[in-house]
Design a binder for this molecule. Structure first.
Ligand code: NZQ
Ligand code: ZN
Length: 392
């Protein structure tokens, strides 16, 4: 087991109507003037925003709002939010929505607290010394941003999508009501399940460490999400299935499923971020479109883990060579993706990059990871290009 840091400071209230605790939570964490940050309007159409503002009004908490965080949230809105917060004397951020609204709020928080150009953090040029306090009302179980230390922003100029991770960006509280996810389109529900699983799989496929407890938690989480993702395909209003998925989403990206590993692989995510930046695809769908090609490219270098995954997670019978078992596990995962209507290659994802575009993505990806990355197998630009090609 590698040494690790355990820090999951977010206060979680889970269950029906927890969004009505929002004023109490903001008070608890010292907020007096709030920026409510949200996406394209689903939270207004669902009536959630009115419930939130009614609660703040009743508690006498001042607020303003800024919508418009799009999937793959943009830097220009972050800049706008920073200026707005400074002008209005905002001391607390409330993100209401999915990962995009949360990540955009985190970026606004870094910008207000630290001054200078907030993109510097995403560009790896400096580190934040703090962030405005942030609370979350989650409407989409997917990214785990409600408990994670990361934020992912897309800079329009050059279509560069980059993440920044810092404990300062962790939410003070997260209000998790599974019912709020019932208005999601089925596609977004499935994308979310895929993303949740990938946050654990990125940590699971590692070249280092034997991890009994962490592996058992990771495998249970993956099986739980698979079972409930399939229930939600048939019964999208199942509260229990949405509840299982929602809690899995938060735990899958707060570190729990990777404690003691070498940090994990993360190359499927890095390869997807280039797709998201260039083609604006839904993050979860981009991940499933890449994963099979990545897995086939690296599995021989990480055979014990792929074998274990096949048997313990995908239920493959342990018969045959390790390589055969590992490959069956990869096939079983792709079959699962198809059952929840997720793509398993770029064509199914609906994008058709030219050879030049594939090269450009591989180039940008390699720059983004500082030359090489991956724990299952260390990948360089030529490997990244080979995986993109194989995923066509
Ligand atoms: O914008 P609105 O109108 O709210 O609609 C959204 C959006 O169109 C809609 N939606 C969300 N909740 C809804 C709903 N529609 C109906 N009912 C609801 N209850 O769903 C669409 C997608 O929302 P978005 O927030 O973009 O999705 P997600 O939560 O998957 O976030 C994706 C972003 O997070 C990043 C991704 O790269 C992507 O940019 N990630 C962030 C991470 C983190 N901060 O830790 C880790 C992840 O690996 C990921 O990279
Ligand atoms: Zn993700």
């Amino acid at each position: 087991m590698f040494p690790f840091k355990y820090y999951a400071p977010t206060k979680v209230l889970f269950g029906r109507d927890t969004e009505l605790k929002v004023a109490e939570m903001i008070r608890l964490f010292g907020g007096t003037k709030v920026l409510i940050h949200y996406g394209g309007g689903s939270v207004i159409r669902s009536g959630l925003m009115k419930r939130v503002t009614d609660t703040l009004d009743a508690a006498g908490i001042a607020y303003i709002s800024l919508g418009g965080a799009v999937p793959n949230p943009r830097l220009s809105l972050v800049y706008e939010g920073i200026e707005l917060c400074k002008r209005e004397g905002i001391d607390f951020l409330l993100a209401v929505g999915g990962g995009s609204a949360i990540d955009s709020a985190k970026a606004i928080g870094y910008g207000v607290y630290n001054g200078g150009d907030v993109w510097d953090f995403y560009d790896g040029k400096r580190k934040a010394a703090g962030c405005l306090p942030l609370g979350v009302i989650l409407t989409l179980s997917a990214t785990g941003s409600e408990m994670s230390d990361s934020s992912v922003i897309t800079k329009e100029e050059g279509l560069i999508k980059r993440g920044y991770s810092s404990d300062y960006g962790r939410a003070k509280f997260a209000l998790l009501n599974p019912e709020l996810t019932m208005t999601l389109p089925d596609y977004q529900t499935a994308c979310g399940c895929a993303d949740i699983m990938m946050h654990t799989m990125e940590r699971y496929f590692t070249g280092g460490a034997t991890l009994q407890l962490t592996d058992a938690i990771a495998e249970a989480l993956l099986r739980t999400v698979m079972t409930n993702a399939e229930i939600l395909v048939k019964d999208p209003k199942s509260y229990d299935a949405r509840a299982e998925v929602m809690w899995a989403g938060s735990l899958s990206h707060n570190g729990l499923t990777g404690f003691g590993s070498d940090g994990g692989d993360w190359m499927t995510h890095k390869l997807e971020h280039e797709l998201g930046g260039l083609y604006d695809v839904a993050h979860g769908a981009g991940l499933t479109a890449i994963w099979g090609s990545w897995a086939r490219y690296v599995y021989r270098d990480c055979l014990p883990r792929f074998r274990r995954f096949a048997v313990n997670v995908m239920g493959v019978e342990a018969v045959g060579t390790d390589e055969e078992i590992a490959l069956k596990g990869i096939e079983a995962m792709e079959a699962f993706y198809r059952r929840i209507h997720m793509p398993t290659n770029l064509r199914e994802l609906g994008v058709n990059p030219t050879e030049d575009e594939l090269k450009e993505m591989a180039r940008k990806c390699a720059i983004g990871v500082g030359g090489a990355k991956g724990s299952a197998r260390l990948l360089r630009e030529a490997d990244m290009l080979a995986i993109y090609r194989a995923s066509m």
